[in-house]
Design a protein around this ligand. Structure first.
Ligand SMILES: O=C(O)[C@H]1O[C@H](OP(=O)(O)OP(=O)(O)OC[C@H]2O[C@@H](n3ccc(=O)[nH]c3=O)[C@H](O)[C@@H]2O)[C@H](O)[C@@H](O)[C@@H]1O
Length: 435
């Protein structure tokens, strides 16, 4: 009877203090030991899993960056040095400009002009093969002699854009990278969406996140006027009837940039270029391909509008366009946002950059024949329904007032300069190819 079974409470908390002490500490030690051994196991396992995950992640990023460095042509200390040196400003109050499409026609001319007056310029170009990439490489080589470095990459590459803004605090972005050409949109519609829509959004995202945010000047197009028949075209005219997918993507670009201006305070200037031509031009354009065909004795196709009316364009010389671009950069006020947040209203501007004197396509051919001293073999056909508009004519009073834009080169003079360049670049002499 004397051996009373200890209650659970007694077992855990025996009444004899000494016993309690001994028993308790012994018991507690066992408990703590058990507890320790089990929690240390968990702890060690946790550590082990964390270490395993961390090494997996770092291995993955090593593989990622490794393959990026292997496949892409950007990144690394030397590359960053080239970018920084190209972005260096060499005049008081100068700007540092990221020029997209820098190996393109307008991009190469604008980059050279900016660099010449002491601004910092970094180019970006994907060197796609829409037209002969060797011409783009030649423009790149020329830019290098002026100290402009062109990064080979796409505006759709968000990582590259983030890196560029990380390396340089660009004050301005001159966005000229695009899928150009009106009629090619029927052949390859998705390339227009890729460059002119997706690429534009990727660039806007990078610009709105950049700190400081740059001011943006970008290339829209006279084609946004589409079926508008009120001439000359003014910026306030309707632009909701595009005649080609190209025009539609440029118009979409105007709306997209408006959104970024409204939400994030990005300073935006959109330039509606009117059929730009000149030395180092685009081989897909009529004046260029006509010259090539005329010199090679091949026929040219001259489109004609409804009721046998000649098509006409407000052809604009490259040097005038460059002045308009630089005037836009110089007058663009700062973006107001930072860290992706708008701090106040920022300017949103749109300007026509044309020549204000339309010339018909047959007259363009006459001028080329005179400069080349070769007769063209003309094949006149009715304009196919491929996105062309019959006539363009710019009202440039806004650009004149706000940018000081004043075109000075007529088609005759401008084509003379183009032909001179063409003959020297392609090595023609008296109509014969010499190399
Ligand atoms: O002003 C613009 O915004 C646009 O100007 C040009 O587009 P486009 O005016 O069609 O220039 P070209 O392709 O050089 O054509 C000029 C004229 O020649 C005509 N043409 C073109 C090609 C041809 O083989 N035959 C021909 O008669 C066209 O119908 C057009 O009337 C550019 O190609 C576009 O990228 C630019 O956005």
């Amino acid at each position: 009877m004397g051996n009373k079974m200890p209650s659970l409470e007694e077992e855990l908390f025996p009444s004899t203090p000494g016993k309690f002490k001994i028993e308790r500490s012994h018991h507690m030690n066992r408990q703590i030991y058990r507890c320790f051994t089990s929690s240390s196991t968990v702890f060690l396992w946790t550590l082990f899993i964390i270490a395993l995950t961390a090494s997996y992640i770092s291995f993955q990023s090593f593989i990622d960056s490794g393959s990026r460095y292997l496949s892409a042509s950007w990144g690394g200390i030397q590359w960053e040095k080239q970018v920084r040196s190209s972005a260096q400003i060499h005049r008081h109050g100068g700007m540092s400009v990221l020029v997209t499409g820098a190996a393109g026609f307008v991009g190469s001319h604008v980059s050279t002009a900016l660099k010449r007056r002491g601004d910092g310029v970094v180019g970006l170009d994907n060197f796609n093969d829409y037209y002969d990439p060797s011409l783009k490489k030649a423009r790149k080589a020329l830019l290098e002699t002026h100290g402009v470095f062109i990064v080979e990459g796409d505006v759709n590459d968000a990582k590259l854009l983030a890196k560029l803004f990380d390396v340089v605090a660009f004050t301005h972005v001159m966005h000229l990278a695009a899928q150009a050409g009106v009629r090619y949109a029927m052949e390859n519609p998705h390339s227009y969406v890729h460059s002119n829509i997706a690429g534009l959004v990727t660039l806007m995202e990078a610009c709105k996140t950049a700190n400081p945010q740059p001011a943006i000047v970008w290339a829209s197009s006279s084609s946004v006027y589409g079926l508008n028949d009120k001439v000359p075209f003014s910026e306030s005219d309707r632009t909701d009837q595009p005649a080609s997918l190209y025009a539609a993507t440029k118009k979409a670009g105007e709306e997209i940039t408006h959104t970024y201006n409204h939400i994030y305070g990005l300073s935006i200037t959109g330039l509606r270029f009117f059929t730009v031509y000149g030395p180092w031009g685009r081989p897909d354009m009529a004046y260029f391909s006509f010259t090539r065909n005329i010199l090679q004795g091949k026929p040219i196709t001259v489109y004609r509008g409804k009721n046998r009316v000649d098509l006409a364009r407000d052809f604009t010389y490259i040097d005038d366009i460059v002045k308009g671009c630089i005037g836009s950069l110089d007058t663009s006020e700062k973006s107001t946002g930072s860290g992706g947040k708008k701090r106040g209203p920022a300017p949103y501007r749109i300007f026509n950059l044309g020549n204000t004197s339309p010339v018909t396509v047959p007259t363009l051919v006459n001028i080329l024949e005179r400069h080349l001293k070769v007769k063209a073999k003309r094949n006149v056909v009715d304009m196919p329904g491929n996105g062309d508009v019959p006539y363009t004519h710019a009202n440039i009073s806004s650009a004149r007032r706000e940018l000081g834009y004043k075109p000075t080169t007529d088609l005759q003079t401008g084509l003379k300069k183009f032909v001179k360049w063409y003959l020297s670049y392609y090595g023609y002499n008296n109509g014969k190819l010499v190399n």
